[in-house]
Design a protein. Sequence first.
Length: 442
Amino acid sequence: MKFIKLLTLLLISLTLFTCSDNKQHYKSELEIKMDQIAEDYVRLVLEVGLYKPGYIDAYYGPAEWKPDENKKQELNEALIDSLNTKVDELLNRLYSLKNYNANELEILRYRFLSKQLLSVKAIIASLTGNNLPFDAEAKALYDAEPPHFTTEHFQKVIDELNELLPGDGDLNKRVNSFREKFIIPKEKLDTVFTTAINECRRRTLEHIKLPAEENFEVEYVTGKPWGAYNWYKGNSFSLIQVNTDLPVQIDRAIDLAAHEGYPGHHVYNTLLEKNMVNEKGWMEFSVYPLFSPQSLIAEGTANYGIRVVFPGDERIKYEKEVLFPLAGLNPDEAGLYYKVLELLEDLSYARNEAARNYLDGNWSKEETIEFLEKYGLSSHERAEKSLEFIEHYRSYIINYNLGQDIVKDYIERNGGTKDNPKKRWELFQMLLSTPQTPSGLK
């Protein structure tokens, strides 16, 4: 009840946090107060990270802010109460700033901090194993409400695929057998991926100015629940890992290069570090708590960024002319392949439905895998890998498809359509380099 009351006060305060043309005096005082809250927020997130493995995705702030792991306490009710008290105090301090006049960027910062802190509170509650139901957890952690889809929705897409790939036998087997024609040979994977990420970088730099020292390194790994991961190290540098547990198909080269690199996670983190931390001293952006609203913005922009960097038919043209030959693949069926992939993308929410029902205790592992095979048209191996991801990351799964849809809707609603690529890039860069919240894009 106390939490709900506090949340209500914060939402009211967002409407009271108004703009002013004559803001010089208030900005200085306001920024000092918010900087103090930001430092305590960072310290709190790092402390919670001691008890939540994988929670701290990146940190490049002062080393002295990191808690001493040797002083890690026993996870008990007293510790949970202490952590909750710290969150509540920070939320109350934020609420006390409601009467300040502020410019637009300061309002975004205020909203960002408030939503991030509310997600910290939800994470603290989960430390004892008391996880919220899927929809409630997604709302609390990621500031978004996942849509629900019926099996009829997926069946319509499946019927289209059945017509696109006619033949005898199970559609799942037909689809996955067809996709096997486009697997990148392992010995050529590095060449293809490196070429793809270099092209994504070249195209991104035509529109977004990055620090001269920005750079990345690629590693190929196994035994991970994800397909690829960007580990941002600070100072404009990323370690990008690509998981080779399962075969990598040709379309994944551009997908991963754009999503993990340019204009995705690497660019997102680089711009936040440059614009927010280095230039403004807004230290809340020196830490990235994975299970937070920031991830929906990060994953949503990274997925939508694929369309931004390769608009329209440019992607298919580039892949047929450059990547297919590098991989030693025949491009003759590329057109059909991408029609199949487009329909398969319409089945992406099947993973959300599977996650919801599995995590809420409605389905067993076997039923969940069967659903992913039937309505997501995943191979058995990929369905198992999806379930492994769901078990590890829970409702995080919404950040990919729902995140992309929210970002896409915001950019295109504000004029960044495929017919206006310049505006699309402008809006995309703004989302990457300013404090944003999922609900704020609605």
